[in-house]
Design a protein around this ligand. Structure first.
Ligand code: HEC
Length: 218
């Protein structure tokens, strides 16, 4: 995030300096062209003397401030990346950390709104193609609703069981591996990342509007 911010500021200022320079050299070139008589003498030269400095100067200022504005605008945008996702803020009811079931032994773990935001982004990057809105496009009978997760063998309604499922996806009755869902390797996502992704899924089953609703199919 910081790298992006610095890069955009740097780019903004480099462009702010370079673009006007290009305009000015461009202006010099057309001045030479005018002198060579490409545009007629007299009125042409007068025209050039009047318009070129004006166009060159205001053009340069305009472009310069545009680039500066872009650099400035990207500042709040990049500051937002890492912060709370508006969807999470709106629906996940997570101004205080939310406690979720960690495993079937009854342990729990609290997740913050920032962690739900990270989980949401991981879900969007890796899973949404098949699981948009919590449904399962290739097999609508195995959705990501809490009911469906609970009903699987073994149940997939805790953080640990979801992480285990993503490391080795199984068919619904647990009898064999499934080739349909994405198997997530350790170097693709760490356990910590899979935990935030799972936390997003579990909280979504409780809070996300129309999560895993089969309205799409009617
Ligand atoms: C190519 C499509 C596809 C992608 C991508 C995909 N899945 Fe799946 N997922 C499926 C299918 C199909 C099933 C049902 C598999 C079965 O039962 O054999 C499934 C099942 C699941 C289940 C079990 C649901 C239940 O009710 O038991 C979970 C949890 C799950 N996926 C999570 C994820 C996560 C998290 C990601 C992203 C890392 C992901 N999936 C990416 C297709 C996909």
């Amino acid at each position: 995030m910081t790298a992006f911010l610095l890069l955009s500021l740097l780019l903004g200022s480099v462009l702010t300096v370079l673009l006007p320079m290009r305009l000015i050299t461009g202006g010099t070139r057309s001045r030479a062209a005018l002198k060579r008589g490409i545009v007629g003498q007299g009125s042409g030269v007068l025209l050039h003397q009047l318009t070129l400095p004006i166009l060159g100067f205001t053009g340069a200022v305009r472009l310069g401030s545009m680039m500066g504005a872009i650099a400035l605008l990207s500042l709040p945008l990049s500051a937002q990346a890492g912060a709370i996702d508006p969807y999470i803020a709106r629906y996940f009811d997570a101004t205080e950390p939310v406690t979720l079931p960690l495993n079937s032994k009854g342990d729990t773990r609290a997740f913050s709104a920032a962690e739900f935001s990270t989980g949401k982004h991981l879900f969007e990057e890796n899973c949404i193609n098949c699981h948009v809105g919590g449904i399962t496009l290739p097999d609508p009978t195995v959705s990501l609703s809490l009911e469906a997760l609970k009903g699987a063998t073994p149940p997939r309604d805790t953080i640990a069981s979801l992480v285990a499922f993503m490391r080795q996806p199984m068919v619904y009755d647990g009898s064999e591996e499934t080739i349909w869902c994405r198997q997530v390797s350790e170097n693709w996502m760490t356990d910590a990342e899979l935990q935030t992704l799972s936390a997003f899924l579990l909280r979504a089953t409780e809070k996300a509007p129309a999560w895993a609703s089969d309205d799409l199919f009617h």
